[in-house]
Design a protein around this ligand. Sequence first.
Ligand SMILES: NC(=O)c1ccc[n+]([C@@H]2O[C@H](COP(=O)([O-])OP(=O)(O)OC[C@H]3O[C@@H](n4cnc5c(N)ncnc54)[C@H](OP(=O)(O)O)[C@@H]3O)[C@@H](O)[C@H]2O)c1
Length: 329
Amino acid sequence: MRAIICEKIGSIEDLKVGELPTPEPGAGEIRVRVHAVSLNFPDLLMPQGKYQYSGQPPFAPGMEAAGTIDALGEGVTGLEIGQRVAVHPWIGCLAEFVVCPTDWVFPLPDAMDFDTAAAFCLTYGTIHHALKDRGRLQAGETLLVLGASGGTGLAAVEAGKAWGARVIAAASSDEKLAACRARGADDLVNYAEGDELRHQIKALTDGRGADVIFDSVGGDYSHQAIRSINWGGRMLVIGFAAGDIAQLPANHILIKQIELIGVAYQGFARRFPDRCRANIAAMMELWSDGKLRPHIGGTYSLDNGIDAFRAMRDRKAVGKLVVRLDQTV
Ligand SMILES: NC(=O)c1ccc[n+]([C@@H]2O[C@H](COP(=O)([O-])OP(=O)(O)OC[C@H]3O[C@@H](n4cnc5c(N)ncnc54)[C@H](OP(=O)(O)O)[C@@H]3O)[C@@H](O)[C@H]2O)c1
């Protein structure tokens, strides 16, 4: 089968399009004929050996996909060949076929197209776990989203609005912030220009600060953000897209009684697949109600799919980037 292949751990410039053996589903697994895959930031990290879970080369990156079931492994019930599904097997999706344990197979509503489905389950599953399970976000609270035009960021903006929060979106350009406004953000902060982030947040909140902070960026942005949090606020540690892992000051955490909360969606989904499935079902309902609409910021073919990695690396992506494996759909 054709795939984007990591043949050695190194740089994303080492990725290539080539052939891999078609995988066979084991017991409790299905095989999917892949139609679309969305990139997630860990797809950039894994080929560089910078992610906590690693593939053994040669492997196809790609954590989440959508397509049709092509084969059922031993013991699989309740799913059918030909059924439209989204899957997040965490690796192997950028290929014509991928296998996935049934724990992370999500049948699709008829109205959900494959591009949307490929961009939905892992991303919005992360957001539900982050904002609801871990962050306990309440209607009426102020949510600050860093990297708000990114894949997880825009989903956090949308979900925050759907759950009744006031959402402040922070990003590095006016074009990116326009995408956040289109997804419902109440207030916009350009953290590449103007006053420091913390001053802008304080000005927008009458000096109180944000109640919940979604931080998928890290580095100096985390330092700025924790200084803009309300007393008793919750800071969600999602990721480090900027590269640096902030060492946050314990004295601020003490004085403002801040909760610093780690979010690890993959670890959660592996330990609690039933809760993961319930969360995604809740997000699918919000999608059916028209409250969530993944923004597809670019589509690529398998042949130019490595350009999607470059766009994400170069901070050019807005929303989700999708690689279409099957151009006939
Ligand atoms: N904890 C979890 O369970 C979980 C789940 C999914 C993802 N994540 C993590 O969340 C982070 C974001 O993932 P994503 O898929 O949303 O990525 P993404 O779509 O690329 O978004 C990342 C955002 O970070 C900002 N950024 C700041 N400095 C950057 C830099 N040097 N390079 C790239 N982006 C930079 C960019 O916005 P601006 O240009 O506006 O700053 C960009 O929009 C990653 O660290 C990922 O590993 C964690």
